[in-house]
Ligand binder design. Sequence first.
Ligand code: ATP
Length: 234
Amino acid sequence: MLSVHEITTAYQGLVAISEVSIEVAKGEIVLVAGANGAGKSTLVKSIAGAERPRSGTVTFDGQRIDGLPQHQITARGIAYVPENRRLFPRLSVADNLRLGSYMYRGKADREAPLDLVFQMFPRLQERLDQRAETLSGGEQQMLAIGRALMTRPRLLMLDEPSQGIMPKLVDEIFRAVKTIRDTGMTVLIVEQRMAECLEIADRAYILQTGKILMQGTAADIGDNPDVRKAYLGL
Ligand code: ATP
């Protein structure tokens, strides 16, 4: 479904990721892990169109998408939840969700994904009129994922959804990611909390200083002695 081939992305001449290739098949949950600064965010931004790769290609459903503006990439079915979530803090939960589906014309079409969002995150339904800025960190993350779901993506990309969230809600979010996949979506997730995320992922890549260090099934990566020592603290 998604094929990233040897992309290199740089910031003012400084290479952040170098010739990175990853594949994501339909229906998978794929984890991208790695230390701070390894280039995980740069990789998803380069797929989402938030950064432009200097070289390499990104193909989605057989069509090149690298170089397209971000809104066109969204329109093709890729939703991206950035690390900082980018909610509209002063708008209500309901309005933030509505802004996810503005591109659909009919009201029925715009509101159809709400059922899934509420099923996934009942807390949001209880807080529809609450301003986004007054939600807890975990609830804000739920809202950011909910808003992404409103675009009816085929591929959902999440950048560190567990960041700044209390453990109980992290579990809830990871469980939701699994449920989202079970409804037929595909998920690419960037996470530092590797141990928990390997439990829901099918496959994983480890990035180190801008390059793919290792890749494999979640089970193989989780059992790898080097990974256990260096990344899982075991
Ligand atoms: P973290 O987990 O800390 O978010 P990461 O693995 O997501 O890290 P990136 O954010 O992709 O890593 O950063 C990769 C490298 O690119 C880092 O050296 C970082 O300093 C650099 N970098 C990222 N964004 C920019 C930017 N806008 N301008 C300049 N350098 C950047």
